[in-house]
Design a protein around this ligand. Structure first.
Ligand code: GUN
Length: 285
């Protein structure tokens, strides 16, 4: 069986077009544009690319955006002062501090300082708690993007065996929660899971977010399963690859996301959606 490819690029393009339309209506109604502030500390090249793409995404849908590029040796007090300023700025509706931060800065403390109403990453503990009880404004961008890919591909989650590999705060844990809220039967696997392949072979929907190139092979996948690859790894030859061995797994799965062009394009799209929601919440206050 050759799996159907879930085209994250195409789904992202049409979802962004919807956000653009909603933004135009927002501006007409309220007389101002949604605003996103992105903070980057240091010179990490991958982070710089992500930040540039976030800014471009904002321009594309009609938001205001500002990027604050701080030097590697920025102190905790200096970063806190900037976050306080952005928290108080009425033209800023979303604040994103690009991770990872340099080692001398504590990312948990930094995230906790962002006003939860402006935390468009949904990393603040109050937003994480709201996701647990199903009463949220924002969802973390990557798992939210996966849910949109499943929905737009017509894949029903209710009653399905869902297996998530990876338990990070950014992807694995919130992903499990969203699948649970969609009435999936959810198992979370991690580095201490015994007989991983035995568990993954039970999955109707398998989401892989572990950061190991080509880790999931065809023998770990039930024929007909939906396989979502959140991984983004660079091979020795410089090529991008996911956590799933696409070549073999696409022979057994019913649906599969490619890397690149699967989950990746959705992440910034969901950030834009969260920023629009934050601006709407601000405008309605
Ligand atoms: N670094 C890698 N992914 C992300 C993300 O989604 N948000 C932030 N703030 N930093 C990241």
């Amino acid at each position: 069986m050759a799996a159907k490819i879930i085209d994250g690029k195409a789904i992202s393009v049409s979802y962004r077009a919807e956000i653009s339309e909603d933004t135009a209506k927002f501006k007409e109604k309220y007389g101002f544009a949604p605003g996103l502030a992105v903070v980057i500390v240091g010179e990490d090249p991958a982070s710089k690319v992500y930040v540039r793409n976030k800014k471009l995404g904002c321009e594309q849908v009609g938001f205001n955006s500002a990027v604050y590029e701080l030097p590697e040796n920025t102190t905790k007090d200096e970063l806190n002062a900037l976050i306080d300023k952005l928290n108080a700025d009425k033209s800023v509706h979303g604040i994103l501090v690009q991770l990872p931060l340099p080692k001398h800065l504590d990312s948990e403390e930094v995230i906790a300082r962002i006003s939860p109403e402006k935390d468009v990453d949904a990393f603040h503990e109050s937003n994480v708690g709201r996701i647990m009880i199903g009463n949220y404004s924002f969802l973390p961008c990557t798992p939210a993007g996966v849910m949109v890919l499943l929905e737009k591909s017509g894949i029903d989650i209710s009653g399905k065996e869902c297996v998530v590999i990876g338990r990070s705060n950014i992807v694995g844990k919130p992903m499990a929660m969203l699948l649970l809220q969609a009435n999936g039967t959810v198992t979370v696997c991690h580095s201490r899971t015994k007989d991983l392949a035995e568990v993954t072979r039970r999955a109707d929907i398998l989401v892989v977010a572990i950061g190991k190139a080509d880790f999931v092979t065809a023998d770990m996948v039930k024929p007909g399963a939906v396989v979502i690859d959140v991984g983004m790894n660079r091979r020795a030859d410089g090529k991008l690859t996911g956590d799933v061995d696409f070549e073999s797994v696409s022979e057994v799965a019913s649906y599969i996301t490619p890397v690149p062009g699967g989950v990746g394009p959705m992440t910034i799209t969901m950030l834009l959606k969260n920023t629009l929601v934050a601006a709407e919440n601000f405008a309605k206050k």
